[in-house]
Design a protein. Structure first.
Length: 326
């Protein structure tokens, strides 16, 4: 039986104020192209009407975004492209039933929310389990949201410390050629974790916490032999752990602690003969009580809209290589 074609729909949105329409469209209709790509619709303008065509769900989403944006436009100044992308992400999340979750961090007025259904499910998994494995592509928020949950737990005194770690895999470079001592050599590998922390607390507060060992950002090798009680522990780039490294890390979990392991199993930098410890652990531990699993996809990517196109292009290349045996 042939697959059922998705319902085709069309909607015409009339904009009486031509100046507001110009603001929505942006320079040379750039915003219209962003809306088209983000919502997977055909979007055209005839006179003072925006015409949307595509499957019913996509047209409904695009129409919600257009109405939302028009309500905030007062003149012909172009709406910044990132505002279009944020509106699409927000309405897609609402259409998918994302809860109105919020993560309160230390910076005044800074609140972090999931922007997709996948991200909301990920946050629920962290809240409900002591150990969570999250697999997802670059830009899907897997590390950033885990750090936000850790900072929020520290703020409400649910944990006494945060430990962030990554394996220092030599992805194309030899550590011996980098200047400085060991800590200076591995610092570039840890930089993304510092960046996330700086987005959630002031520089001075982070410095104090690090000086007092309330927040630790350490290479994975420094975790051996420790037991961490009442801590929120995040292992980033878990796909680059060997099997022994992953086993060592997972057994650091102490009383009243929570741990999140994040990684992109399609981007493993281990030598060809090495089995990823994250791949093995997710297979061994699935179904264990108190351990949660979350999978983020390209639909959860919230960086620049080109990141999703880049991920799609590389995945298409890999599928083609597998199909041809290359």
């Amino acid at each position: 039986m042939p697959a059922r074609e998705p319902d085709h729909a069309a909607e015409s949105l009339r904009v009486e104020d031509i100046e507001r329409l110009r603001g929505l469209l942006g320079r040379q209709d750039r915003n219209l192209r962003i809306l088209r790509d983000a919502c997977n619709v055909r979007a055209t303008v005839r006179g003072n009407e925006v015409i949307l065509q595509g499957d019913a769900a996509s047209v409904r989403l695009a129409a919600l975004v257009v109405r939302d944006l028009l309500s905030g436009i007062l003149d012909a100044r172009p709406v910044p492209p990132e505002i279009i992308e944020e509106a699409v992400a927000r309405h897609r999340a609402l259409e998918s039933g994302v809860e109105d979750a919020r993560i309160d961090v230390f910076l005044p007025g800074r609140t972090i929310r999931p922007r997709t259904a996948g991200q909301a499910a990920y946050l629920r998994a962290i809240a409900e389990n002591d150990l969570v494995f999250c697999v997802g592509p670059a830009g899907s928020g897997k590390t950033y949201l885990a750090v936000a949950m850790a900072v929020a737990a520290l703020k409400r005194d649910a944990v006494r410390k945060i430990v962030l770690t990554r394996p220092a895999v030599e992805a194309g470079e030899r550590l011996g050629f980098l200047p400085g001592g060991l800590e200076e050599k591995v610092d570039p590998y840890l930089r993304p974790l510092y960046d996330a922390l700086h987005d959630m607390m002031s520089f001075d507060q982070l410095r104090r916490y690090m000086e007092n060992d309330v927040v630790e950002v350490v290479p994975l090798a420094f975790m051996r032999g420790r037991t961490l009680d009442r801590a929120f522990i995040i292992l980033d780039e878990g796909q680059n752990c060997t099997r022994k490294q992953m086993q060592m890390f997972l057994t650091r979990l102490g009383a009243a602690s929570k741990s999140v392991v994040t990684g992109d199993v399609s981007q493993t930098d281990l030598p060809g003969h090495e089995v990823s410890g994250m791949v093995e652990a997710t297979a061994l531990l699935r179904g264990t009580r108190g351990i949660g699993f979350a999978t983020l996809t390209q639909r959860d990517i919230i960086r620049h809209r080109l990141v999703q196109d880049i991920v799609d292009a590389y995945e298409a290349r890999d599928r083609g290589a597998r199909a041809t045996g290359g």
